[in-house]
Design a protein around this ligand. Sequence first.
Ligand code: AMP
Length: 425
Amino acid sequence: MYQSPRGTQDILPEDAAVWRYVEQRAAEQARRFGYGEIRTPTFEDVGLFLRGVGSGTDIVDKEIYRFQDKGGSELALRPEATASVMRAYLERGLASRPQPVKLYSLINLFRYDRPQAGRYREFRQFNVEAIGEEDPLSDAEVIAILWRFLEELGLRGLDVLLNSIGDKVCRPGFIQALVEYYRPRVDEICADCRRRLETNPLRLLDCKNARCQPIADGAPKTIDHLCADCAAHFDRLRGYLQAIKLPYTITPRLVRGLDYYTRTVFEVVPPIVGGQSTIGGGGRYDGLAEEIGGKPTPGVGFAAGLDRIIMNLREQGCPLPASEVPDAFFACLGDDAKHCAVMLADRLRREGMAAVVGMGDRSLKARFRQAEASGAPWTIILGENELREQAAQVKNGLTGEQARVPFPDLVLHVTGALPSEAPTT
Ligand code: AMP
């Protein structure tokens, strides 16, 4: 017996209904803001991720699914979306379209992560990018898409954490201040932080180690070191968020550790903050296009984990769609009746209804059990008598009402347009 690979899931029909609902809400929210769907390949040249996500990150150093195909190409299953979308933007000449180019995708991603609740090796994201625009309105817009999407799903108690990490003009000054603050405290910080102090000081701020917390809390703040342009960008972004009453919390320790991230960073967290808690996050990546060989191109976006959103929807008891049931179930006795049911079911389906014909040779009692298990509100009973009279016994499982319905009236009857004939006993 084979088992699914560790960290993967089978989404069964009852769950798929929930997934489809959440994905449709995501697509609908993107549509309202004028974002179009993009679908990029599941695998890419591994170099795209080495550059576009960055070596030095866990995603690339530890978690990437990397392989060589039979032609010798070095490929990787996508561990995130933005690098692929930016590649497509550059490769497909989207820079010549009106800017920004607004794109969303609903995709599966792969990371060799340690599986646990809300953490998988194959997972799914709603990803949104606005490429080609520096205007802070594009930052506000992507945050608003994420917020409205989660709000309309019914999630409560969420918080938008917001920060600005500056750009290549002001960040070097901030890093210097940060290093000067940490140097005298080097004996008090964890080993990881001692390494970060040398390799990637910005990441000192998002250390999760308990002993580093008071030190990181007291560290200099990026927003106190912004240059005039970055400060203006941040002020205007906040103004747009306030205009639509979108609540946020300025979070000085929220950072992204790679050089191509600039200015805005944000995260959405649910009420109970824990290790796996982040529902989605994003930010501005004005340096990414150059990093992967393109012309300087600003961009901003986010990725929201659908697995975690669905987990939170369930935990909070938010309304979710029930699994789908057919409209009608044909319970037939004998092969002639089944033959007739095939034709009648075809008629219902062509009118858009979901009709199921009971299979196998079964007693009437077993047929009724089948009908009940199907969940269909209508059971259509066909046996010898019904064939002779060219009329079915039609039972409405919701009202318990049963009627004799001539075959030509069946469609109208089950769509509720025709009053039933006198109930039969
Ligand atoms: P990231 O691309 O790392 O910024 O992640 C964006 C979002 O994707 C996170 O906030 C999570 O909701 C989700 N996510 C990231 N990694 C995983 C994973 N291994 N399993 C499930 N969801 C994930």
